[in-house]
Write a protein that binds this ligand. Structure first.
Ligand SMILES: NC(=O)c1ccc[n+]([C@@H]2O[C@H](COP(=O)([O-])OP(=O)(O)OC[C@H]3O[C@@H](n4cnc5c(N)ncnc54)[C@H](OP(=O)(O)O)[C@@H]3O)[C@@H](O)[C@H]2O)c1
Length: 270
């Protein structure tokens, strides 16, 4: 099956975190490939904006579902809703994500529940609920969005990297196990993407990382390309790949203090 441009078959893609940034670009890219869309986030206004823009440009159906994926029951609710409306989800994209600053994690310990529910509990349940039906149909695609923060201890957040590592780890296990059922699972581990993600979460991003950010459109194209080619994981862009190798080699527990010091001194200077 060729997906580089338009697909021969119209599939239905359910995309979480589709109200902005990478999720929005993935939605547009899927629409460009001729697929119908189910867009999920908790922001009705932004989902409506994305739906109207896509419907104005592409001939596909676009359904929006407003849902808070922090809620522990949200994956079940989303799955039930899709079943009630008789949607067949052929492509699941788990893109919704948040960042937690280290100060906030230590101050408001309860906010850690949100990142655990979103990146671990809801994410896992969505893979299993929709994945099981894909296995029964013997066809399906799951694209999971992790981060290069999965690879090293990050001085900016204690929970973001580890939860993204879980996403990567589960994705790889599913990739290996579900291949025989013709269900493709790919994990994307981007470096910097030019979205509002870090600004909205009040995160300092060093200039060196900022200068190598890629556009969400490019990231979406690379991620979906890897998914339809059946790759297990991908870090988009040459600079992202280099950063990933560099950070994995350099940012180790033994060098954590040096990395942390230079991160916060860059923050003070910039
Ligand atoms: N930007 C980067 O440099 C970068 C790098 C590596 C990985 N990533 C990953 O890429 C993904 C997309 O991020 P982005 O850069 O596109 O940032 P973004 O524009 O802030 O997108 C985050 C998306 O997640 C959704 N979301 C957050 N909390 C939610 C909740 N409780 N329930 C439902 N949806 C929720 C947001 O929807 P609402 O409108 O409802 O808030 C939004 O659509 C994230 O998983 C992030 O970790 C980003």
């Amino acid at each position: 099956m060729k997906f580089e441009s338009k697909s021969a078959q119209k599939l239905t893609a359910l995309i979480t975190g589709a109200s902005s940034g990478l999720g929005e670009s993935i939605a547009r890219n899927c629409a460009g490939r001729g697929h119908d869309l189910i867009l999920v986030s908790e922001n009705a206004k932004e989902l409506n904006r994305v739906r109207n823009e896509i419907k104005g440009r592409f001939s596909c159906s676009v359904t929006i579902i407003v849902l808070d994926l922090f809620r522990p029951d949200s994956a079940d609710r989303l799955f039930d809703l899709c079943n009630r409306r008789r949607f067949t989800v052929d492509i699941l994209v788990n893109c919704a994500g948040i960042f937690l600053n280290i100060d906030r994690e230590m101050r408001e310990i309860d906010c850690v529940d949100n990142i655990l529910n979103l990146h671990i509990a809801s994410f896992t349940k969505l893979c299993f609920l929709f994945g099981r039906l894909m296995i029964e149909r013997r066809r399906g695609y799951i694209l999971n969005v992790s981060s290069i923060a999965a690879y090293f201890p990050d001085p900016a957040s204690l929970t973001y990297g580890p939860t993204k590592r879980y996403i990567l780890s589960l994705s790889e296990a599913l990739h290996c196990e579900w291949k025989r059922h013709n269900v493709r699972v790919t994990c994307i581990t981007p470096g910097g993407i030019d979205t509002n993600f870090f600004k909205a979460n009040n995160v300092f991003v060093p200039r060196i990382i900022k200068s190598s950010q890629i556009s969400p459109e490019k990231c979406a194209e690379i991620g979906l390309g890897a998914l339809f080619k059946g790759k297990a994981r991908i870090t988009p862009g040459i600079r992202g790949k280099l950063q990933s190798v560099f950070l994995r080699a350099l940012a180790r527990p033994s060098t954590y203090d040096i990395i942390k010091k230079s991160y916060f001194s860059m923050k003070e200077r910039q």
